[in-house]
Structure formats: C-alpha cells, structure tokens
Design a protein around this ligand. Structure first.
Ligand code: FPP
Length: 246
C-alpha cells in the first residue's frame, strides 16, 4: 500500500516525537561496532526529517541523547557527540533547503563545548525558518525537566511574582523546555521496545503510541507515513465517549 497517497494532509499530527532505538542491535546483527549503527542512524534521521517536511508535519522531536545515555561507555558517548557535530555541519543545508528551524530541549550546558557551539550556531542560523520545527532532545530527561519546572515556579511563588492560585497547566507548559511546542500527538518508538524511557512524560498525556519492530537505521519516510496512516485511523477520544465525538 502507498501510505503517503492515502494520508489526510488536513489531519496530520501537529507534533510527532520519535524514540530512535535499535542502532546498537542493527550494528550487532551485521557484526559491526555500535558506532556504525549510530552513523547509519543519521541517514534515517535525514530521511524522516525530509519526509515530515515533504508532507507538511509542523513539529518533529527526536530523542537523540538522554540524561541516562551519559552512563554509556565513554567511547560511545564521544562517538555520539562527534556524530552530532558532523551531522549539524552537514545537514544545515537540508534544514535551509526545507525551511526547517532547529530547536533543542535538554540540559545543553552538559554537552561538550564544540557540540554546544555548533548546535547554537545552527539554531541561530535557522531561527527564521517557518515550514517545520525540528527539535533535538539532547541530554534530555523528562523527570529532570519537570523538576526544573517545579523549582522555577516555586521560586516565582516565593518571590510573589506568581500566586499559587494562578498555577495551572499553561503555567506548567511555559516552564518546560517544550514551552513553544504543542502537545505530542503521535509518539513512535522503533526496535520493538515498548517503553517511554523518560521522554516527554507531561507532553504525551494524550499522544497515540506507535511501536514498530524496525531498527532505527532501517527506518525511512515510508515507515513514518505508515505510522501516520495508522494514527489517522484511530479514534482519539480525550476521555469522551465515541458518541460524544460524532
Ligand atoms: C538508541 O539506539 C539510539 C541512541 C541512543 C542515539 C540516537 C542517535 C542517532 C540516531 C544518531 C545521531 C542523531 C542525530 C540527531 C545527529 P541504541 O544504541 O540504544 O540501540 P540498542 O538498543 O539496539 O543498543
């Protein structure tokens, strides 16, 4: 089936988030080092980003490096950081050609200086692009994000900048890294694992979850179109009954 031709482009998810999993297993299956799985994973990143821009998805967020990933062997962490720098250098043209704005969520201050500088540079150079926002979650952990959010709000309440009664969902949204992004509509995880792994816990409250066995380096835009097609054929009730919706 050609999923792209069967998509309803007026009902695309406003925000797609992806847990790109399976790089290590892809490499192991082929007898390669884990690093080559990550390298191959960058090809999937490019294809999926272009696929989103092609059909008009407005927001794509990729889980590129979690707070927990710092615990991986130093060599693997170094490889991932180097890949980030080389991909940013290489893909700035893809971002410009497709009018894509780069954004980042996570504790960027913990990234190596070179990676941080390159990232901020590309964010700055693409800041006026309007077709789509590509957000990279880097050194990101949802619990850390929520903890920081609570601390910031508590400080404002203490200094009487904010009253306790004024705290509502929108105030919380404004104090998260994702403050400028809509809620996630569709969350995809590759490689057959069915976990959230500390990713966007607040923002996925009503997201549709989609799991595929495909390993991330093998994932391409056609697979994404299939996931969106599947999403469009689900009934999102947001706590209501089916009858109320119709
Ligand atoms: C999970 O696979 C993947 C990661 C921890 C890193 C994702 C990074 C990339 C796709 C490449 C760089 C990305 C950008 C945006 C430049 P895993 O290593 O946990 O795989 P496994 O579970 O099979 O071991």
């Amino acid at each position: 089936m050609n999923y792209k031709d069967n998509l309803n482009l007026d009902k695309l998810p406003k925000h797609i988030a992806i847990i790109m999993d399976g790089n290590g297993r892809w490499a192991k299956q082929k007898g390669f080092l884990r690093a080559s799985g990550h390298k191959e994973g960058t090809k999937a990143v490019r294809d999926v980003v272009e696929g989103c821009a092609e059909i008009g998805v407005k927001n794509l967020t990729l889980y590129a490096f979690s707070t927990e990933n710092w615990n991986r062997p130093k060599l693997e962490v170094d490889t991932l950081m180097k890949l980030l720098v080389s991909s940013l250098k290489k893909e700035i043209k893809t971002l410009k050609d497709n009018n894509i704005k780069l954004n980042c969520i996570g504790n960027i201050s913990s990234l190596p200086k070179k990676a941080r500088q390159e990232l901020l540079d590309v964010i700055e150079k693409t800041s006026t692009n309007t077709q789509m926002t590509l957000t990279l979650a880097l050194s990101y952990g949802s619990r850390e994000e929520i903890t920081n959010c609570i601390k910031q709000i508590a400080t404002k309440v203490k200094s009487e900048e904010l009253s306790e009664d004024a705290i509502d969902e929108s105030v919380i949204n404004e104090h998260l890294y994702t403050r400028n992004l809509p809620d996630v509509d569709l969350l995809i995880r590759t490689s057959g694992e069915q976990r959230i792994s500390n990713f966007l816990l607040w923002q996925i409250a009503y997201a549709e979850l989609y799991f595929t066995k495909i390993l991330w380096p093998d994932y391409r835009r056609e697979n994404l179109f299939e996931a969106i097609y599947n999403y469009q054929n689900r009934e999102r009730r947001f706590g209501k009954t089916s009858e109320q919706l119709s």
